[in-house]
Design a protein around this ligand. Structure first.
Ligand SMILES: [Zn+2]
Length: 651
């Protein structure tokens, strides 16, 4: 698990030729030696880093619990949250009491109007029942906040699960029915009634699913950013009066954005036509689904059996402390992160990463200036957009203020409710203020990175700035091929099929000429077809359209990281461990993608994840990239070196 050297030849499989499958060449023995552990659905470099981060946090959480320090301090809050989360006896003894107020209010519903009356309370309690309501910068003005309402209400991960009728889908829907009935049974509802209720809930969710946008459509900002006045929003749901609800929960502005107006029309009808006993069961189900992780084992085990094992391919649950840490990351993420970065992210690492980002941005500038397909006006806009990029590295300059949130030692579920209300109040409480440009959308101990199109910024948390992505002491080939390609990936998101629709200020504005857009999409289409031709399991292929933005980012990220690396070499060609700089760069790139999947989890991801399987994320970009073939003397037309005429190239 511990990475000790950037390139470890004992992980390689020399029986696989680089020309056939470079990913397996570099990772073959690692993959053979690291079957997916029973508590995971997939396991790879991202998980290795996460394991290390978690081990460190495990110690820090215990220390905070044992020696919490002053009331109101970070340690005190984190320690109390962790103690309540790991106190399984208290959780079992409390039963569903912590959610009694919510469940009693649902029991008392006698009509759809009654359901509407309690909806604002459920919303603030984190039970987003029928839809999602959130706050983000306005897509027309990144300095102001806007309320976004989005389709939702499904208990399965995507609308397709309700609409397909092949054998596997039917079996899954049957298992979902049984799961919903089990959870209602855990609330004390008789078995027959619970099964009938599950049927009613699925019929209701299927209507919402049919009216929902597909996951491919959801990637299109022109389709999903629709400004509505409050009157127009109430017009979509004349009985439910959604705009009025938004005001009741703290929305103060004259407009909101709606992702799928038709969904809300159908939802209004579905609520009105659904028998009130089904609505009651549906809302109970939503409460249990939201808080199962903080309820007694009967609830948590049932949720794991369905979502963890059947959908996610995990054979065993993670140990309790890891589950609590995962949930703490959602609820009190920046409190946990403060403990983490103090130990895991020295200032020297921050310096070196800032340099890397600077070089990657320069390299992107060169790619924009020299690519053969952009017209001049679009090239100028693209350079303006790049000049407007900002970046964040490691952790925030100023940590989020958690003063109003005080976790207690006695109830995990109560702490989760407190955290939901805190977050709700924090979001709505700042609607009228200018956008907080310093805010982080991921806690810094997370192994991930993001590009935010509305803020035109890239963000790299301390959690991912770790081996094998980033080595504080390694040669440049390792860091450009590793974290450099991730940085490049995030930068190009500003110019992919989604990001290219937002300008330098984050406003949704088409700054492309028709000609450029056509040529961009023609080039993207080549990549889409390559992924469409790639199998995930024996009967499922990669969805090239769903994964297009991420694949464009991988392809571009590799190219701009490589060119930045060549610049950084200043003409030198230092051999390290018998490898050329280019060979080490590509080996580092292939290493960060090592990952094994369970069959169930691979299928789930194929349905919902905009990222392709890691094997293809490594190999397909390299197979399109001439310097890779040159570095390993690979003959054109080999699996890892596509013929020149078939290569995808955007940046
Ligand atoms: Zn991405």
């Amino acid at each position: 698990m511990t990475a000790t050297t950037p390139i470890d030849r004992t992980d390689w499989d020399d029986a696989v030729r680089p020309a056939d499958d470079f990913y397996r060449h570099v990772n073959g023995r690692w993959l053979a030696g690291h079957p997916v552990p029973p508590e995971y659905g997939s396991y790879g470099a991202f998980h290795e880093v996460n394991e290390r981060n978690q081990e460190l946090l495990h110690r820090l959480l215990h220390e905070a619990a044992d020696d919490p320090g002053a009331d109101g301090s970070v340690r005190h809050k984190v320690g109390d949250y962790f103690l309540a989360g790991t106190d399984e006896d208290a959780i079992a003894a409390a039963g569903i009491d912590p959610l009694r107020a919510q469940l009693d209010a649902i029991d008392a519903i006698g009509s759809a109007a009654d359901a509407r009356a309690i909806a604002p309370h459920l919303e603030r309690d984190g039970v987003g029942a029928f839809y999602g309501i959130g706050i983000a910068p306005d897509f027309a003005d990144a300095n102001a906040y806007l309320v976004y309402v989005g389709q939702g209400g499904l208990g399965l991960p995507d609308r397709d699960y309700y609409l397909k009728d092949d054998e596997r889908s039917t079996q899954l829907l049957d298992a979902y029915r049984a799961h919903v009935a089990t959870q209602l049974g855990n609330l004390g509802i008789a078995a027959d009634e619970a099964l009938a209720a599950a049927d009613g809930i699925i019929a209701f969710e299927r209507r919402l699913g049919e009216a929902s946008l597909t996951k491919e459509q959801l990637r299109d900002p022109q389709l999903t950013l629709n400004r509505h006045t409050m009157d127009e929003l109430d017009g979509l749901m004349p009985r439910w009066r959604l705009a009025t609800l938004v005001r009741e929960i703290g929305g103060t502005q004259p407009t909101v954005s709606v992702d799928c107006p038709d969904f809300f029309r159908v939802l209004d009808e579905a609520i009105a036509d659904t028998p009130v006993d089904v609505l009651r069961h549906y809302l109970r189900w939503r409460v249990v689904k939201t808080y199962a992780s903080a309820l007694p084992p009967a609830f948590e085990d049932a949720a794991f059996a369905f979502y963890g094992t059947l959908l996610g391919g995990q054979q065993e649950p993670k140990p309790r402390w890891k589950r609590v840490l995962d949930i703490a990351t959602q609820d009190i993420g920046e409190l946990v992160s403060q403990l983490y970065v103090a130990e895991a992210f020295p200032p020297a690492a921050k310096d070196r990463c800032e340099h890397l980002v600077g070089h990657l941005l320069e390299s992107m500038g060169t790619a924009i200036r020299t690519n053969p397909w952009m017209t001049e006006p679009t090239r100028e806009e693209a350079l303006r957009k790049l000049a407007g990029f900002s970046f964040k590295i490691g952790y925030p300059d100023e940590w989020r203020d958690y003063t109003p949130l005080v976790p207690a030692r006695d109830s995990f579920a109560a702490n989760r409710l407190r955290a939901a209300r805190f977050e709700h109040d924090r979001q709505f409480g700042r609607l009228e203020q200018p956008v907080d440009k310093g805010e982080w959308l991921l806690p810094p101990h997370i192994v991930n990175a993001y590009y935010h199109p509305l803020l035109n910024e890239i963000v790299f948390p301390a959690g991912i700035l770790q081996p094998p992505f980033f080595w504080a002491d390694a040669d440049d080939a390792i860091n450009y091929g590793g974290i450099g390609s991730v940085i490049g990936h995030e930068i190009t998101h500003g110019f992919d099929d989604q990001g290219s629709q937002f300008d330098a200020t984050g406003a949704l504005r088409n700054w492309w000429t028709e000609e450029d857009r056509t040529e961009f999409m023609r080039r993207a289409e080549v990549l889409e077809q390559q992924f469409n031709a790639s199998p995930v399991t024996d009967d499922v292929m990669v969805n090239g359209k769903l994964t297009l933005g991420e694949n464009i980012a991988d392809l571009g990220g590799l190219a701009i990281a490589y060119h930045a690396f060549r610049d950084a070499l200043h003409g030198a060609e230092p051999m390290v461990d018998g490898m050329t700089p280019d060979q080490r760069f590509f080996a580092a790139y292939a290493t960060i993608w090592r990952m094994g999947y369970t069959d169930a989890y691979a299928r789930l991801l194929a349905n919902v994840d905009p990222h392709a399987p890691a094997h293809y994320r490594a190999n397909i970009p390299m197979s399109n990239f001439e310097p890779f073939a040159a570095a390993f003397d690979i003959e054109e037309g080999s699996p890892m070196a596509r013929p020149a005429a078939e290569r995808a190239r955007i940046w």
